[in-house]
Design a protein around this ligand. Structure first.
Ligand SMILES: [Mg+2]
Length: 281
């Protein structure tokens, strides 16, 4: 969903980058491509050119998305980029490296995905009563759909962002009533998928950085929606940006951390942000 809330003009001036960029992390829908117009899923040419330049300088590129690997592959095929990302993070938590040896073309990087699976299993084994509480609340107090998934990581589809806000508020109350329980969730507009507090876009990007030996102060991250908030954090990436179509809470977060709020939407906005920080063209 696009939010065209005007921002006061960015007053800080572009400067030479403080450190050389090492890792470029971009969300896919609404950030790299315009997911509201899937028939035109191309990436803005100025961004393609900038990413190409940065790759030639040795910068590594990761797409960090809520999509499944299959969904991302379809999106990338439509986007028809002249190069592929070096890494992808799918479903916000699966860390994958490009691999010509693997039949899928992508292979798990390190033991992060196994650790996540173990953490999810433990969480599910001890959280049945918490899921029950939340499911009862959704059924009684809202008209949202609660979808039980075979892997236990259930989903909720609300009828409005306000309704999803109400549900998230309740989830937080339940979590805190159970001693800051590690149950987490990924939220994107009216959709929510349960997960683990320790496994989201931010922690997964941080793990990639640590595998690569690239610290937060050499990492750029950009996203447009609520599931991007964990990576729009200076602890994870020193260079933060969001395109002009970002959710108001994303804009507020990026502004609070001194990041760049682009005026242009999606890819054009990211090109604007990369230039602002002095990276490329
Ligand atoms: Mg997005």
């Amino acid at each position: 969903m696009a939010h065209n809330i005007p921002d006061s003009p960015q007053t800080s001036t572009p400067a030479a980058p403080r450190t050389a960029l090492g890792l470029l992390c971009l969300d896919f829908d609404g950030t790299l491509v315009d997911s509201l117009h899937p028939s035109d899923h191309s990436v803005h040419p100025s961004l393609v050119q900038l990413i190409g330049q940065l790759r030639e300088q040795g910068v590594l590129w990761v797409i960090n998305t809520g999509r499944t690997l299959e969904g991302l592959k379809i999106g990338l095929e439509i986007a028809a980029l002249p190069f592929a990302p070096d890494y992808v993070i799918t479903e916000e938590t699966s860390l994958l490296v490009a691999s010509s040896d693997h039949p899928e073309g992508w292979d798990a990087l390190g033991d992060w995905n196994l650790q996540r699976d173990q953490a999810f299993r433990s969480l599910l084994a001890e959280s049945g009563h918490i899921f029950d509480e939340i499911r009862t609340f959704v059924a009684r107090e809202t008209s949202a759909q609660y979808l039980v998934r075979s892997n236990g990581l259930d989903e909720i589809i609300a009828n409005s962002e306000a309704e999803m806000e109400q549900i998230c508020h309740r989830i937080e109350e339940v979590r805190h009533a159970h001693g800051a329980h590690p149950l987490g969730y990924q939220r994107n507009t009216v959709y929510l998928r349960f997960g683990h507090q320790g496994y989201q876009k931010g922690s997964t990007l941080a793990r990639l950085g640590s595998y690569l030996g690239i610290p937060a102060d050499r990492t750029f991250a950009a996203g447009d929606n609520l599931n991007d908030l964990p990576m729009l954090d200076p602890e994870v990436a020193a260079y933060l940006a969001c395109p002009g179509n970002s959710h108001p809470l994303v804009r507020e977060t990026v502004r609070r951390h001194g990041g760049y709020l682009a005026q242009s939407h999606t890819g054009a906005g990211l090109a604007e942000a990369l230039r602002f920080f002095g990276f490329g063209g």
